[in-house]
Design a protein around this ligand. Structure first.
Ligand code: SAH
Length: 309
């Protein structure tokens, strides 16, 4: 705000300090993925990832410090719940990433709530952040994506909001026995109830639904799994995003090897389901899906992959 007098500017910055202090920043090889670990005013830490693609720039934001959903394969779930983020803490992640984008001559075009935490378990603050990104930062509803493990009351509330953002559901299994194990919240909101909530979201908003499916070697990557997924996704016309499971410290099982990932995708294709294999962005800086977790306690350090200036 260079149009304001200097004295007023310094009073403003004293009265309104940033919510996020950089604790650590990592840049992937090639520079197209940037991850920040932030320290919040009370010492809690969360991460944000900026991903630069040729045609868009996406920010992946956290909605909670930690997570209470306890999915065993997810690093945030392994760490447990610390606290909800405020609306300001969520919005500021986008603002800070957008500042970096500008420095690189790029405009942030998309925001996905796929960082740490379960956004719909922190509904009011998450939704207020969605509104501010939309109303004040000018991001269109189709460029905003809320991802949930399947908090059905939250999906129902989103259905009533009148702002049709994209809905992503982290499915990972399409039978209740396996999903109960992988995603413990399934015991509370099983697949049938989840499908009904998804259906009314899609019918009301006209938005395409997507399912996230982290392929776990020998667990949910067999041909019966593909058939169950196809049966579940077909009536909802959902798009499927396949991500080979990223390694995390607390989970022994591995991701499905590339050849079987392709076979799984092809089987879905044969069954009439659109599926995309997601590129594993940021694995070299622990910024890939499910890997976000504070491991650097050192204040202000910048790492780059070995061999880079
Ligand atoms: N709690 C919300 C938002 C987090 S999104 C949700 O679950 O949707 C993070 C995404 O990464 C989810 O789809 C999650 O299931 C997935 N994920 C978690 N751990 C992972 C891992 N180790 N490898 C690949 N994907 C993972």
């Amino acid at each position: 705000m260079t149009n304001l007098p200097k004295a007023l500017r310094s009073r403003l910055s004293e009265a309104l300090p940033p919510a996020l202090a950089v604790a650590h920043e990592s840049v992937s090889e090639g520079g197209d993925t940037v991850k920040w670990l932030w320290t919040l005013a009370d010492g809690a830490q969360v991460e944000t990832v900026l991903m630069l693609y040729p045609d868009r720039a996406t920010v992946c934001v956290s909605s909670q410090a930690g997570c209470a959903m306890a999915c065993g394969f997810c690093a945030t779930g392994q760490a447990g719940f610390e606290r909800h983020l405020t609306t300001g803490e969520i919005v500021e992640q986008v603002v800070r990433a957008a500042q970096r984008g500008r420095a690189l001559d790029r405009r942030v075009s998309n925001v996905v709530f796929m960082g740490m935490g379960e956004p719909l378990a922190n509904y009011d603050r998450t939704w207020a952040a969605v509104r501010r990104l939309h109303d004040d930062l000018g991001l269109g509803a189709r460029h905003l994506t809320v991802s949930t493990v399947g908090v059905v009351p939250g999906i129902r509330r989103m259905t009533e909001e009148g702002l049709p953002v994209n809905l992503a559901v982290s499915l990972h299994a399409a039978n209740d026995r396996l999903r109960d194990e992988l995603v413990p919240l399934n015991r509370r909101y099983p697949l049938g109830v989840l499908a009904a909530a998804c259906r009314s979201y899609v019918e009301t908003t006209g938005r395409r639904l997507s399912f996230e499916w982290a392929l776990i070697d020998g667990v949910n990557d067999r041909s019966t799994d593909a058939r169950e997924l196809a049966e579940y996704a077909r009536p909802l016309r959902a798009h499927v995003n396949l991500i080979p499971l990223n390694p995390t410290p607390g989970y022994r099982t591995r991701g499905t090897p590339p050849r079987r990932v392709q076979a799984f995708r092809e089987q879905l294709d044969t069954l009439g389901i659109n599926a995309t294999v997601r590129r594993n962005r940021g694995t070299d800086i622990d910024a890939a899906c499910g890997q976000l977790r504070a491991e650097h306690q050192v204040p202000v350090a910048i790492t780059r992959p070995p061999g880079r200036p």
